[in-house]
Design a protein around this ligand. Structure first.
Ligand code: 4GO
Length: 268
């Protein structure tokens, strides 16, 4: 079933080209992911079509007004009802939100969809959030000038999980996080890369070249050994960079005896 996104934004033009490129294009063209843009300005009233005003209590910046947002959401609810869609939850992108994870993305990819509220300025009047927002989502500990890029990010992550979007059905089962671990490194041709030493990260003398071979196991044709090597690369990378993900995988009972033996032998 298609996932529907109703996007509330002051800048609908930011969403144009995104739906027409890359592996996710199919998802949008075939309406596996159905994007409805709701330009907030159209729901503002008066000669100036104001969507923002100064904050009570003073301070810098502007606050998004409740009224245009409420009218826009009412229009979305009416259209959802008319088209037989269920009442979709409202997600707000905010640094104060719950960090977005691949498992939440996978849930959303199986859901009927949601309303994505893209804030601008200093943020949204808290009363609209209290009354209408079901879930606050953060893409990480940094501040953006609006929620549009998080909305695009979320829709991309959901679109690529739709059946048939990635050419190889198993492709996303190998992604980072899909088994709770970081992805293993990938290699393609040539089998041996020759670089001028000055261009290599580990630099050397002028005129010298460095040879960077593909890990031999990948050329061995031994599928079980390749799978084991990739698993160990995932374990090693995750243990070094994101040890908390190893802990979580262990707590879920997803590390085998072999995995634990390998991890004990690692020097971090
Ligand atoms: C979300 C929104 C950062 C994130 C945002 C994040 N910045 N880390 N900015 O996911 C209110 C107006 C919040 C701009 C918005």
């Amino acid at each position: 079933m298609a996932v529907r996104f109703d996007v509330i934004t002051l800048f609908p033009e930011l969403f144009g080209p995104f739906q027409h490129v890359g592996v996710t294009r199919r998802a949008f063209e075939q309406r596996l992911v159905d994007v409805h843009l709701w330009p907030l300005r159209e729901h503002a009233e008066g000669a100036y079509r104001r969507v923002d005003d100064r904050p009570f209590g003073g301070g810098p910046g502007m606050v998004m007004l409740v009224e245009p947002l409420a009218r826009c959401l009412a229009a979305i609810r009416a259209e959802q009802a008319a088209s037989g869609a269920p009442r979709l939850p409202v997600l707000l992108f905010s640094p104060a939100g719950r960090p977005l994870t691949q498992s939440r993305v996978a849930e959303l990819a199986q859901s009927p969809g949601c309303v994505l509220l893209c804030g601008r300025y200093e943020g949204i009047d808290q009363r609209f959030i209290d009354a209408h927002v079901d879930e606050e989502v953060s893409l990480g500990d940094y501040v953006l000038s609006g929620g549009e890029l998080p909305a695009l990010t979320l829709m991309d992550a959901v679109a690529r999980l739709q059946p048939g979007v990635l050419h190889d059905a198993a492709s996303h089962e190998q992604d980072s996080f899909s088994n709770g671990l970081l992805d293993c490194p990938h290699y393609s041709r040539p089998e041996v890369l020759r670089l001028a030493a000055r261009d290599a990260a580990a630099s050397g003398d002028a005129g010298e070249t460095v040879e960077m071979p593909v890990p031999p196991v990948l050329l061995s044709g031994h599928h079980a050994e390749i799978a084991r090597w990739r698993r160990e690369q995932q374990l090693a990378l995750t243990a070094r960079r994101r040890p908390e993900l190893i802990e979580a995988a262990r707590a879920r009972g997803e590390l085998s005896r072999k995995d634990e033996d390998f991890l004990r032998g690692l020097t971090l």
